[in-house]
Design a protein around this ligand. Structure first.
Ligand code: ATP
Ligand code: MG
Length: 666
């Protein structure tokens, strides 16, 4: 897995973890406060419903008070107002006052008048059976402590709960003594609950405390409600919340449970707030993650990857700015060039290379930076051990998101061994070709050079065998001479080849012995003089010659004979061939000069190559081996050979050979 991917995964996991923590905290803090708010709101709404009940009781109290403190009522309870009932307690009055019950009780506890009224059907109904439980003389309703006493509250009858208010009956001026007790009642039936719910815009339900058929939630709540905690708030699923309150009867006993249901708007609002908050956080964290990744990419990742590449590459790597100044190098660079790589910081890349590159480095960098194309160039650099190193340098552009090249990545690979091998191969190949060429030239020349003397021998031999009786002694002598010189020519040729072969294979061993160079040269000149056919003059000067030398006599003879033979071969009749011997210090200087055809200037450089013959030799025969052997033999003596030549003027060969060649004659 790449470092980039690992970091991306770590950032993503961190964002995920952070989001989870934020979600949990937000849920605990935010939703808890929303739930708290919701409970407060529910409690307030529940109080509103309970207050409505109180208002109802206040209204009933006002009506009861009006009627209790009234002269007509006072006289009626004392039995003096017979028309009272007819005039005041008719059905319409019950409807107008919203009364379900009217009880007139005299001070002895006797009910003077009672009427139960069904407001829904607007008709009188029988008194509820349970009413008597509240009408005992010492009961709360009938005990008038003083003239202004007020007893009011809820009573639970067989047919349901009822609000009741009891007032002592007084005159309109609130004078007593009390004529009895007036009790008005108002039933808390389903219709009343529905009206209350509608006016308060809540869903309300009311149950008797000791109802045996309570639903599950009321049953649970009944166990939780008490005088100390008269209100309980409970959620009814995700969509609604309910507040329950205990309502006691006139005696302070639990009588009713009132429930108000509300939709969970605040809670839902809390959830949507939490959702928006989390979406916002997600967006924010993703943004932070992306920015972080980009920053890491720019500042750390790229450098880390580049650093790893630089650290572990066995190739020399140089990072440069686009202008070619060195920015950073790797340990391989330090190993090759210098431990103090800082010296190179800010230096142009070209300081590393000895020779100017072709094409110039600026052109190469331009192509890399402008065209964003990699380039390869072979360079020669000097390492810290001052050795020349051949290297292949590859320059690659590095660009970032904006497409502009920010760095150039140069890697140098040491190809010295490869170059050497190539050079060696090239030389071997050239040598092979040269040898091949030599071989074919040798075969062609040797075959040609052997065929001619062999033909001469054959012809001379046939003439001697077949026409011996007809030939004069002189002709016979001539034929024998022809055979002898042809054989000698072949022997020389073979000797030349053997000598050359030895020289080329380094087996040319010198047999160093002291001898007189002047007399050797004299003998050679004499031999040449008799062997040539045409008319030439030979001049030997030896006035300043060294007397005795220590050289390989056979090879010196070969050298001088070849040079004199050439001078004779390539000189027209009537001219002179000069052999000058001199002694200069420790060296013998042998000079062979002729007035012959000369050597064309353009061919002079090839003169010592085996089988080379100049283009102006004409019909003069030869193998082209003579000078090659001469050069090898001179060099075997640690001597030198030079020449000067001019077409039509003549040629001069100058040899310088140590008089006493090292390793012999001591
Ligand atoms: P051989 O092997 O029989 O000597 P060669 O004389 O042709 O044959 P070299 O002696 O090696 O071969 O000489 C090489 C060539 O150099 C000659 O063929 C000739 O073209 C040229 N050359 C050598 N000496 C002279 C000279 N004195 N004057 C003019 N040309 C010369
Ligand atoms: Mg020759």
């Amino acid at each position: 897995m790449t470092l980039r991917r690992k970091i991306a995964i770590i950032i993503a996991a961190s964002i995920g973890g952070l989001l989870l923590v934020i979600y949990l905290l937000a849920r605990v803090i935010l939703l808890a406060s929303f739930e708290h708010l919701e409970q407060d709101d529910t409690r307030r709404n529940l109080e509103r419903a309970v207050n409505a009940l109180g208002e109802e009781l206040d209204h009933l109290t006002a009506t009861t008070t009006d009627w209790a403190y009234w002269d007509d009522t006072y006289t009626f309870i004392q039995g003096e107002n017979a028309d009272y009932v007819e005039a005041n307690l008719i059905d319409e009055v019950f409807v107008n006052l919203s009364l379900n019950l009217a009880l007139y009780v005299d001070p002895s506890g006797k009910i003077v008048f009672s009427k139960a009224f069904d407001l829904d059907h607007e008709q009188e109904i029988p008194l509820s059976a349970g009413l008597n439980n509240y009408l005992s003389p010492d009961g709360l309703l009938l005990s008038n402590a003083d003239s202004s006493s007020l007893r009011r509250g809820i009573i639970v009858l067989d047919d349901g709960p009822m609000l009741v208010v009891a007032r002592p009956i007084l005159t309109s001026a609130k004078q007593g003594p009390s004529g009895g007790t007036l009790i008005f009642g108002y039933r808390l039936d389903e219709a009343w609950i529905a009206r209350l719910a509608e006016s308060n815009r809540v869903s309300l339900a009311m149950r008797l405390w000791d109802d045996r058929h309570l639903s599950a939630d009321f049953r649970i709540v009944r166990t939780l409600l008490s005088g100390q905690s008269p209100t309980v708030i409970r959620t009814l699923g995700d969509n609604s919340i309910a507040g329950y309150t205990l309502i006691t009867d006139i005696n302070g006993h639990p009588a009713l449970i009132l429930r108000a249901d509300f939709p969970r708007r605040i809670y839902a609002h809390g959830w949507s707030t939490l959702t928006y908050f989390m979406i916002l956080m997600l967006g924010l964290l993703v943004f932070v993650g992306v920015v972080l990744l980009l920053l890491l990419e720019k500042t750390v990742l790229a450098k880390t990857q580049m650093g790893t590449l630089l650290e572990h590459s066995s190739d020399v790597i140089i990072l440069t700015h686009p202008d070619g100044t060195i920015k950073r190098v790797n340990p391989a660079f330090k190993r090759m060039f210098n431990g103090m790589a800082q010296h190179f910081d800010g230096q142009p890349l070209s300081v590393l290379f000895d020779a100017k590159l072709d094409p110039p480095l600026t052109d190469i960098l331009h192509t890399v930076v402008e065209k964003r194309e990699g380039q390869q160039v072979d360079v020669s650099v000097q390492n810290k051990a001052q050795n020349q190193v051949e290297a292949s340098m590859v320059l690659s552009p590095i660009w970032r998101g904006n497409g502009r090249v920010s760095e150039v990545f140069c890697s140098l690979r040491d190809i010295t061994a490869q170059k050497r091998l190539e050079e060696q191969l090239r030389k071997t190949l050239a040598r092979e070709m040269e040898l091949n060429d030599l071989k074919s030239r040798l075969i062609s020349i040797v075959s040609h050079e052997l065929r001619t003397p062999l033909a001469t021998i054959q012809l001379a031999n046939e003439a001697l065998a077949e026409y011996a009786d007809r030939l004069t002694d002189e002709r016979k002598q001539e034929k024998r001479y022809q055979i002898k010189s042809a054989i000698q020519r072949m022997v020389f040729l073979l000797e030349d080849i053997v000598t050359l072969n030895r020289a080329e294979s380094g087996k040319l061993k010198l047999e160093l012995l002291p001898f007189d160079l002047v007399s050797l040269c004299q003998t050679i000149v004499d031999n040449i003089r008799v062997s040539i056919r045409h008319n030439l003059t030979f001049s030997l000067s030896n006035d300043d010659a060294c007397s005795e030398v220590c050289m390989d006599q056979r090879l010196v003879q070969l050298i001088v004979s070849n040079l004199l033979s050439n001078a004779a071969k390539y000189s027209p009749p009537g001219h002179t061939v000069y052999l000058d011997l001199k002694c200069e210090g420790e060296e013998s200087v042998i000079q062979v000069r002729d007035e012959g055809i000369g050597i064309p200037p353009e061919e002079q450089r090839r003169l010592f190559e085996p089988f080379f013959r100049a283009g102006n030799v004409g019909a003069v025969t030869g193998t082209g081996l003579g000078l090659t052997i001469v050069k090898q033999a001179v060099e075997a003596h640690k001597g030198t050979i030079t020449f000067e030549s001019q077409i039509g003027v003549g040629t001069t060969f100058t040899l310088r050979i140590p008089n006493k060649v090292k390793g012999g004659c001591e």
